[in-house]
Write a protein that binds this ligand. Structure first.
Ligand code: SF4
Ligand code: SF4
Length: 199
């Protein structure tokens, strides 16, 4: 089971409001999840492909840092027996994650040449949950998912691990903000599932 994200967890970007609406009830009932996903992937891929070379280089470097930071945060959780605690819990925090994956997160896949997974459109929980595992490896998971630790996990942190984890969380938030500014397209602040023509 994965370390996940709580529905009310703090979000680093603008899509907190989108998520709130989505978790209450899917805001856009006119398009299916599959169509929203396809629309987001196609448009974000086009945006990434059309970046000027200098921006691409800058974004790739920041994305490398982003992935390393998330791996380090996940390692802290793992060190505190996070995997077994989450397995016992059954992933209660992974029930409403479909708006967590941001355009920047998808860009991380595209710009590192990692294959983009196929969401689970048939399940009832997060679209990115397949049985009891997240379809994304820890370093590619959204901000909300990698930064969320419930009290069960946090109680197992040593004081030093706790400080280190939350210090990395602050760094990660800044890195996301930096990346959003690197991309000239303002829509990169959005979730993949709400990525449309509106800015
Ligand atoms: S133990 Fe906490 S973080 Fe892990 S799956 Fe359960 S609610 Fe989520
Ligand atoms: S993206 Fe992964 S970790 Fe986040 S809520 Fe969905 S299944 Fe859980």
């Amino acid at each position: 089971m994965v370390m996940g994200c709580a529905n009310d967890h703090f979000l680093y970007g603008e899509f907190s409001l989108q998520e709130e609406a989505a978790c209450a009830e899917d805001a856009d009932n006119t398009m299916t999840d599959y169509e929203l996903w396809r629309q987001g992937v196609v448009q974000i891929t086009r945006t990434v492909e059309n970046l000027p070379a200098t921006v691409t280089a800058q974004a790739k470097s920041a994305i490398r840092e982003l992935l390393d930071l998330k791996s380090a945060m996940h390692a802290v959780v793992e060190k505190s027996a996070g995997a077994s605690i989450c397995a016992a819990c059954g992933g209660k925090c992974c029930r409403c994650g479909k708006y967590h994956l941001s355009a920047v997160d998808l860009a991380a896949y595209l710009m590192t040449g990692k294959d983009v997974f196929t969401p689970n459109f048939s399940g009832n929980g997060c679209l990115f949950l397949n049985l009891d595992s997240c379809l994304m490896s820890p370093e590619y998971r959204p901000f909300n998912c990698i930064t969320f630790v419930c009290e069960l996990l946090e109680d197992n942190f040593t004081g030093q691990d706790k400080d280190s984890f939350y210090s990395m969380e602050r760094e990660l938030r800044l890195l996301y903000q930096e990346l959003q500014q690197i991309f000239p397209d303002q829509r990169m602040r959005k979730s993949v599932m709400s990525f449309n023509d509106a800015v």
